[in-house]
Design a binder for this molecule. Structure first.
Ligand code: UTP
Length: 295
């Protein structure tokens, strides 16, 4: 089966992931007032905006088709990945080759498809808006405000689990009992064997934000998914919850009732860069990596 001609086979045919979806239409309220006129995804980590880290991770995982779900005030994201002829001309004139290369590399990095989410009705709704752009194929979803640093791109680890199991995959990390109420917590199916030294775990479902006493595990879903197109049907049937939002977690839970869904416990360290504290910590992580350059 050619990469180009691949179509998702519900009967679990091995295939590759061609598209990564970046839901980026949220208001970013935790970062106000910085995000009043600037997309959260353009906040810098040292010298690169958050969204660029996500795109680079997807490219490193072998995905070349990128689709971003945006909303009002998010044009800077598209401009970032576009050619800036004026800026390039000035840098060339000045002989600033290092910055010229950096600017050109971003423009050459990727061809973006953008999808407009007119009303911010939640992550699940943002994914649903991308149905036509994704088509009838399995696809990756990456939340640009969950950065994961490690030796292997987290998305590549999820793709490995997808290829091995042919199931939809959610990225998970361990959290303390005091933290379960902030995440979707996976419910492992203990009647089925795990693989990848316990890191790929078959699921019964996902419980949204349980307290410690009701959490079915200590594994929280964060920012990386490989989903089959059946998810769109589940999203369409998911009722709007608090603030009219459609939760992706609810749709994944329903999907797990009819198709295999596994969790992949990724090996890297995750930073919630949508919060000022997580963003500061991630800046330190990246800055320390680059320290010889700044000294
Ligand atoms: P968050 O829960 O972080 O929401 O969304 P937010 O609006 O971005 O930030 P806060 O919580 O108000 O500070 C998780 C991801 O889902 C996207 C966001 O852009 C983010 O990448 N999202 C959320 C959408 O694309 N559309 C939505 O309606 C909601």
């Amino acid at each position: 089966m050619s990469r180009k001609g691949f179509h998702w086979n519900e009967e679990l045919t091995v295939g590759l992931i061609n598209k990564c979806l970046f839901p980026a239409a949220g208001y970013g309220t935790r970062f106000l007032p910085a995000t009043k006129a600037m997309p959260k995804e353009m906040l810098p980590l040292v010298t690169k905006p958050l969204i660029q880290y996500g795109v680079e991770e997807a490219l490193a995982a072998g995905i070349t088709g990128m689709a971003i779900v945006t909303g009002r005030g998010k044009r800077a994201i598209e401009d970032h990945f576009d050619i800036s002829a004026d800026l390039e001309a000035i840098l060339e004139q000045r002989g600033d080759i290092e910055h010229l290369r950096a600017v050109r590399a971003v423009a050459d990095m990727v061809h973006l498809v953008t999808i407009r989410q007119k009303e911010q009705l939640g992550l699940g709704h943002a994914v649903l808006m991308a149905q036509d752009a994704v088509g009838h194929e399995p696809f990756a979803v990456m939340l640009p405000d969950d950065l994961i640093f490690g030796t292997t791109p987290a998305l590549a680890e999820l793709m490995g689990a997808y290829v091995a199991t042919q199931a939809s995959v959610v990225g998970v990390m361990r959290v303390a009992p005091t933290e379960t109420h902030r995440y979707g917590i996976v419910d492992p199916d203990t009647t089925l064997p795990t693989s990848d030294e316990g890191r790929t775990i078959p699921l019964r479902g996902v419980v949204e934000k349980p307290d410690a006493a009701h959490a079915p595990s200590d594994l929280a879903v964060v920012g990386r998914y490989i989903l089959g197109p059946k998810i769109f049907e589940r999203l369409e049937q998911t009722p709007h919850g608090l603030n009219g939002e459609i939760q992706l977690t609810d749709a994944i839970h329903t999907l797990a009732q009819e198709q295999p869904v596994v969790a992949r416990h990724f090996s890297g360290t995750r930073y919630d860069v949508g919060s000022p504290e997580g963003w500061l910590r991630a800046n330190l992580h990246v800055a320390l990596d680059h320290l010889p350059v700044f000294c």
